[in-house]
Design a protein around this ligand. Structure first.
Ligand code: C2E
Ligand code: MG
Ligand code: MG
Ligand code: MG
Length: 277
């Protein structure tokens, strides 16, 4: 017994494990106050028409800078927020902020473009989700055609329930896309039945530039989208060669550092203004 206890104690004080646990706790606790302390911010990455090279939209991406912890990547804190349920208030904040900002730009006379907002599994499955989206659209007075929600394949665990939610979102007049497409397990059958508008090809498929050949995964996903009458966006474009090959493959839209990194609101505004000038 003593030996076992010793073992457990050893594990408890394993510095590496302890470090990971305390960082997670730090993030958990920090996130609770992030909204009230004004630590959250959205940045905006332009979405381009690959043929005309014009901005046709933007994706809102969340940033969190805590005075004690510093900058934390959404790839690290979003899963923790999912686990603790903090994603519900945080997701609400993101949606409202994104809609308000887009409306503001439209009122300032900038070209009207669609804003894409990432929605995580727990948010999408939350019972009040659709009515919250409806309320935000009403309160911000953003025309629903300028809002798109990005969900991942993992959201579609329960096909019937998610189809119902997607139908309700479509009835509100907004569009939906499947983010990081190709990394999950969507069957063709499910994809054909789901009321969605767009597939976003995951960056990992775009990275293999040398393999952007006739028989590549990218080409297959683009052909699939065209067959299903879905629009298609490539994410993570870093080189001109990728952009031009994707255009050859009839991929309509793209995002990536090659065009622009995600920008603070004021910089995105300038980017959009330059475009329309
Ligand atoms: P995502 O939705 O797939 O977003 C794309 C990510 O790739 C973003 O990282 C973006 O900055 C990055 N990216 C875009 N172009 C390039 C490129 O050319 N090269 C490289 N290396 N990266 C590129 P970010 O902002 O760190 O976000 C990571 C993930 O965190 C997002 O992936 C999304 O899943 C999640 N996330 C971000 N904001 C939110 C949010 O407001 N709500 C939710 N639920 N999730 C969010
Ligand atoms: Mg996304
Ligand atoms: Mg993505
Ligand atoms: Mg991704």
């Amino acid at each position: 017994v003593a030996k076992e206890k010793g073992k457990n104690n050893y594990q408890l004080y394993n510095p590496e494990l302890n470090g990971a646990v305390s960082r997670k706790l730090e993030i958990e606790n920090g996130l609770r106050k992030a909204i009230n302390n004004n630590e959250l911010q959205l940045v905006y990455q332009p979405k381009m028409d690959l043929k005309t090279r014009e901005v046709i939209g933007m994706e809102a991406l969340l940033r969190w800078n805590n005075p004690d912890i510093g900058f934390v990547s959404p790839a690290e804190f979003i899963p923790i927020a999912e686990e603790t349920g903090q994603i519900i208030p945080i997701g609400k904040w993101v949606l409202r902020e994104a809609c308000e900002q887009n409306k503001k730009w439209q009122e300032e006379g900038l070209p009207k473009v669609c804003i894409s907002v990432n929605v995580s599994v727990r948010q999408f499955q939350h019972s009040g989700f659709v009515s919250y989206v409806k309320r935000v659209l009403e309160e911000t007075e953003l025309d629903p055609q300028y809002l798109e929600l990005e969900i991942t394949e993992s959201v579609i665990q329960n096909i019937e329930e998610s189809t119902e939610v997607l139908k309700q979102l479509r009835a509100l007049g907004i569009s939906t896309s499947i983010d990081d497409f190709g990394t999950g397990y969507s069957s063709l059958h499910v994809l054909k039945e789901l009321p969605i508008d767009t597939l976003k090809i995951d960056k990992s498929f775009i990275d293999d530039i040398t393999e952007l050949e006739e028989d590549s995964m990218v080409k297959s996903i683009i052909d699939l989208s065209l067959n299903l009458k879905l629009s298609v966006v490539a994410e993570g474009i870093e080189y001109e060669k990728q952009a031009s090959l994707l255009t050859d493959f009839r991929c309509s839209y793209g995002q990536g550092y090659y065009f622009s990194k995600p920008l603070a609101a004021s910089d995105f505004e300038k980017y959009l203004q330059q475009q329309s000038a």
